[in-house]
Design a binder for this molecule. Structure first.
Ligand SMILES: [Zn+2]
Length: 261
């Protein structure tokens, strides 16, 4: 595929449900923009019918949940993502417009859609009723470089215990979200049989389909214990993120994420 330089890539838009069962639109994109370094943030714009794009939000994560896009007859929501650097904001004109409609794969029909939505609804209902409310700190994927420890020459943070960037290289280090999770009650082994091979692994922790988490993100549990996510499986069907399964480990003593709150 031809990649246009200096433009946010791989924008994916899909309608889904939040943990309360409300219809929302998820937008995800690549945190890497070809030919561009040092992105400070992304800006999300929405235009109905592909026109008159209006600013929605600014974020240091490569995803956003539009919680104010009600289903209206004929209302086709389009999104554009721009990025911000020290040189200013990228062109909104040149940003790639993406809508639910343009994303729809040929094999994707109404029936597949409603099957997926009801699957997500069932799962979110379980989280709503039985889940533990937790704080989740998602590592910034872009941002303002740490003014205390970021080394311009080697282009990495040089202090893993830095209290400004928490060892991530970006000021603030993490973005805070709230979510619910369910810990598998027994340490039973789970069989995984993709690609013909059978693997057995320890029971895990389950999270709803938003926000998408990654390795090294931090969880603060209800009892105030802290965990680090050490492994993630994103269960997806086509674009739809349906469920997240993660392994957690105790946060190491002295890790700067002990300072997060
Ligand atoms: Zn730092």
């Amino acid at each position: 595929m031809f990649l246009k330089e200096n433009v946010v890539q791989n924008i994916q838009v899909y309608r889904t449900l939040d943990v309360n069962g409300i219809e929302v639109i998820n937008i995800e994109w690549s945190p890497i923009v070809p030919g561009v370094q040092d992105i400070i943030s992304f800006k999300i714009y929405r235009g109905i019918g592909g026109k008159n794009f209006e600013f929605l939000a600014e974020t240091t994560q490569p995803f956003y949940q539009d919680t104010n896009a009600p289903i209206k007859p004929g209302a086709e929501y389009w999104y554009k993502i721009t990025y911000l650097t020290n040189q200013g904001e990228s062109s909104l004109e040149e940003a790639i417009p993406v809508s639910l409609w343009t994303m729809k794969p040929e094999s994707f029909n109404e029936r597949t859609y409603w099957t997926l939505i009801s699957q997500i609804r069932r799962q979110n209902l379980v989280f709503l009723n039985f889940g533990e409310k937790v704080k989740i700190f998602i590592k910034k994927r872009v941002g303002e470089k740490c003014n205390k420890c970021f080394d311009e020459y080697v282009r990495v943070p040089i202090n893993p215990r830095c209290d400004v960037c928490f060892g991530t290289g970006y000021i603030g280090g993490y973005d805070k979200f709230e979510t619910k999770l369910i810990i598998s009650p027994t340490p039973e082994l789970i069989r995984e049989e993709d690609t013909g091979r059978v693997r057995l692994f320890q029971g895990r922790v389950f999270l709803p389909n938003y926000p998408p988490v990654h390795e090294e993100d931090i969880l603060i549990m209800q009892d105030n214990t802290r965990k680090m996510i050490s492994n993630v499986i994103h269960w997806r069907f086509q674009l739809f993120l349906i469920l997240q399964e993660v392994q957690i480990t105790e946060l190491a003593k002295g890790h700067p994420a002990w300072l997060l709150e």
